[in-house]
Design a protein around this ligand. Structure first.
Ligand code: FMN
Ligand code: SF4
Length: 678
């Protein structure tokens, strides 16, 4: 048996986990009609197959109707959940993985205009900034009703065959009672710590009475709110002891911080450029003080840190949650001593940000995650070896190369630059975002393992491509910034890429006209503002940077608000003219009737890219399919059979920004779904 600390079993009561690695509860918003159907099941089963000890399903499965799904949560208040959960549990158990579910009442952390339009509630008439709803203050009849709802939901989960449940306390109704900041009730549910914890113990007692002792019940809770006037670390220790001493819970899952704002959430779940394992030592203190089974997750994204967490006795079970979204096969790769093949979680947090925009959680560089029913994590060998030529070594081109290599093809990649990476290399110019280069480095190391051939410093034209005698050509040439958006004065502007790459020196008084709303504008703004220059970001949208999303915006705001940067929404840059050393910018508005001028010494335009598609159009007549993709076949996961030109020499496909201005995930998904069937 291995002596790797991560691979040692751990037992709580009657239940033995086969190793120490878990995914903590995370709602990926994959539920269909509020139920964990095929997509949800396939996602968890993939992790189970690969050897994870425990998958904590759901995130915040709702126990009550007035806890409506804020991010497509599972509806644990419906009996219909039982057969769906049973299917998921049985399928995971088959592979030796334990399954639990996180139950909650969201309290004020949701909206009244979702679900059944019941008022959201909390122990104060208050508003959570993140979800914006003003809540009703709870009454006694709410308390008894919700206590019963928790017990009912727990009973449903036991009936479905789960190994246990975890109560989500932090930021949700339970710790809205605990925190003096969100509880304005009088005794018996407000005031002293004992009173503020009364609701929790009412719930835990009701659950225990319903499920008995042979069913694990844990709690995920905040032991230090890191907010003035909130739950302090000292009170958190006391709370931890009371939870243990109650005899009602079997494990503690420790959290530090608060989730009521994007900024708080980002500190609790750190992004790239923020501290790794930021709260691990704190969790270790709780474990030491309570001497009780302790779980914890929080940017423990690599195996070495996870191993340290167990070996040093900081926790009993270590969460690698986003890490498993990037690579669900971590445990198998540890067991097979293939750790270096693990696809790294780079901390982009595209996954989590998406659920707050109403989307499903997708990993920025693993397009199979959340799509297990149609997209493979493990690529099969092709029936026939083909010659594949790929033009462009950005994320899309490299993903295509990696998959073609896994399928056993003979692959050559042409890249005009001397290095791979494309736009990711620009992103990584920001020291805070340099981990993005992991997306490229991992693919390069996989391509090396698979024997993919690279030709750098090569501008591939039609002759270069045809000389290879390819069966399939993938054009992944990306694009160039589109700055030709003004009615007059396009010659006076520079692009966000010019600034980020360092090709153009920042001015002193700079306008960034952002009509894309993505990272590039903010990254350019940061680069400029750091030189001491004044920067104004103007957008025609009604909010700035809409594509950057909540958590990703936090580090930019922390940098930009301290510098001389301002934001102006709802104005459209129409033209620019030179007046001596100054540039005069003329603005209108999509709302009409506005015309104003302002002076700067530099104007930067961020307006996405224009595809670099010349090669694609030159190759089209030589191809059998004329570049056509049959979308039905693509979506059904079938090989492409379009035949427009029987005399053609190869199949031709175009992916990523070479098609249209999109993002890294789109480019990688394009590559995966075309290449997996070639
Ligand atoms: C898409 C997504 C949804 C999440 N939803 C929940 C949730 O509903 N409840 C919860 O306790 N934690 C939730 N989390 C937090 C994770 O459980 C975990 O604490 C966090 O991702 C930090 O761990 P990691 O760095 O290993 O990913 C979510 C995380 C992600 C990525
Ligand atoms: S999107 Fe980023 S943070 Fe989320 S799993 Fe993927 S690599 Fe990790």
């Amino acid at each position: 048996m291995s002596n790797d600390p991560l691979l040692q079993p751990f037992t709580i009561k009657h239940l033995t986990f086969r190793n120490r690695i878990i995914t903590t509860s995370h709602e990926p918003a994959y539920a269909e009609d509020g139920m964990p159907k095929g997509k949800y099941r396939a996602y968890h089963v993939e992790r189970a197959k690969a050897g994870i000890a425990l998958t904590m399903t759901a995130g915040s499965a709702s126990v009550s109707r007035d806890s409506p799904p804020a991010f497509n949560n599972i509806l644990a208040y419906q009996d219909e959940v039982v057969p769906w959960m049973r299917d998921l549990v049985d399928a995971c158990h088959e592979h030796g993985t334990k399954v639990m579910i996180q139950l909650t009442h969201l309290g004020r952390r949701t909206r009244w205009d979702k679900g059944e339009w019941l008022p959201s509630l909390s122990p104060a008439h208050s508003r959570e900034p993140a979800h914006r709803a003003f809540s009703k203050r709870v009454e006694e009849w709410d308390i008894s009703r919700i206590v019963r709802d928790f017990a009912d939901a727990a009973e449903r989960m036991k009936a479905a065959g789960l190994d246990g449940i975890e109560i989500e306390s932090y930021g949700h109704l339970m710790d809205q009672f605990w925190s003096p900041l969100t509880n304005t009730l009088e005794a018996p549910y407000g005031g002293s710590l004992e009173n503020r914890m009364r609701f929790s113990f009412d719930v835990l007692r009701a659950i225990r009475e319903r499920v008995g002792e042979r069913f694990l019940v844990g709690i995920r809770y905040v032991a230090d709110e890191t907010l003035a006037g909130g739950i302090s670390a000292e009170e958190g220790v006391e709370i931890s002891k009371r939870l243990k001493n109650s005899g009602l819970v079997d494990f503690l899952n420790v959290i530090r911080g608060h989730v009521d704002t994007d900024s708080g959430l980002a500190d609790m779940i750190p992004l790239m450029g923020m501290k790794s394992a930021a709260h691990l030592e704190f969790a270790g203190e709780i474990r030491k003080t309570t001497d009780f089974p302790t779980f914890h997750a929080g940017r423990i994204q690599d195996v070495a840190t996870a191993r340290y967490a167990i070996e040093a006795g900081k926790v009993d079970m270590v969460g690698m949650t986003r890490a498993h979204m990037a690579d669900p096969h971590i445990v198998r790769k540890i067991i097979e001593r293939r750790e270096e093949e693990i696809r790294p979680c780079v901390g982009a947090t595209y996954c989590l940000d998406r659920i707050y925009q109403g989307g499903a959680a997708f990993c920025i560089h693993n397009a199979a995650t959340g799509r297990e029913e149609t997209m493979p994590h493990i690529i099969r060998m092709a029936g026939k070896k083909r010659k594949i030529v790929i033009v462009g070594a950005g994320p899309g081109g490299l993903e295509a190369a990696r998959i073609a290599g896994e399928r056993g093809h003979d692959v050559r990649v042409f890249e005009a630059m001397h290095v791979p990476g494309g736009q990711i290399r620009l992103t990584a110019q920001n020291p805070r975002r340099k981990e993005m280069i992991g997306i490229i480095d991992w693919r390069m190391s996989q391509c090396e393992r698979l024997g993919v051939n690279f030709s750098f410093n090569t501008w591939a034209d039609v002759d270069t491509v045809t000389a290879e005698n390819p069966d399939v050509v993938i054009v992944a040439t990306g694009g160039m910034p589109d700055t030709e958006v003004l009615s007059e004065g396009n010659e006076h502007v520079v692009s966000s890429w010019d600034i980020i790459s360092g090709d153009v020196k920042p001015g002193k008084n700079v306008l960034i006209f952002d009509d894309a709303g993505d990272h590039a504008a903010l990254q350019a703004a940061e680069t400029i503002a750091q030189t001491g220059a004044k920067v104004e970001i103007v957008t025609p949208d009604r909010a700035f940077a809409p594509e950057v999303m909540g958590m990703n915006l936090v580090p930019y705001m922390r940098a930009l608000q301290k510098l001389d940067a301002t934001f102006t929404v709802t104005y459209r840059l129409e033209s620019v003219r030179r007046d001596g050393t100054e540039l005069v910018a003329t603005f209108g508005s999509d709302y009409g009737g506005v015309h104003k001028e302002k002076r700067y010494d530099q104007v930067v335009v961020n307006h996405g890219i224009v595809p670099m598609d010349e090669l694609y159009f030159e190759l089209r007549p030589l191809s059998t399919n004329g570049g056509e993709v049959n979308y039905e076949q693509l979506l059904e996961g079938k090989p492409q059979t379009v035949e427009r030109n029987p005399g053609g020499r190869f199949k031709l496909f175009r992916i990523g920004d070479a098609v249209s201005s999109r993002n890294t995930h789109a480019a990688i998904y394009d590559a995966l779904r075309i290449m997996k069937d070639i």
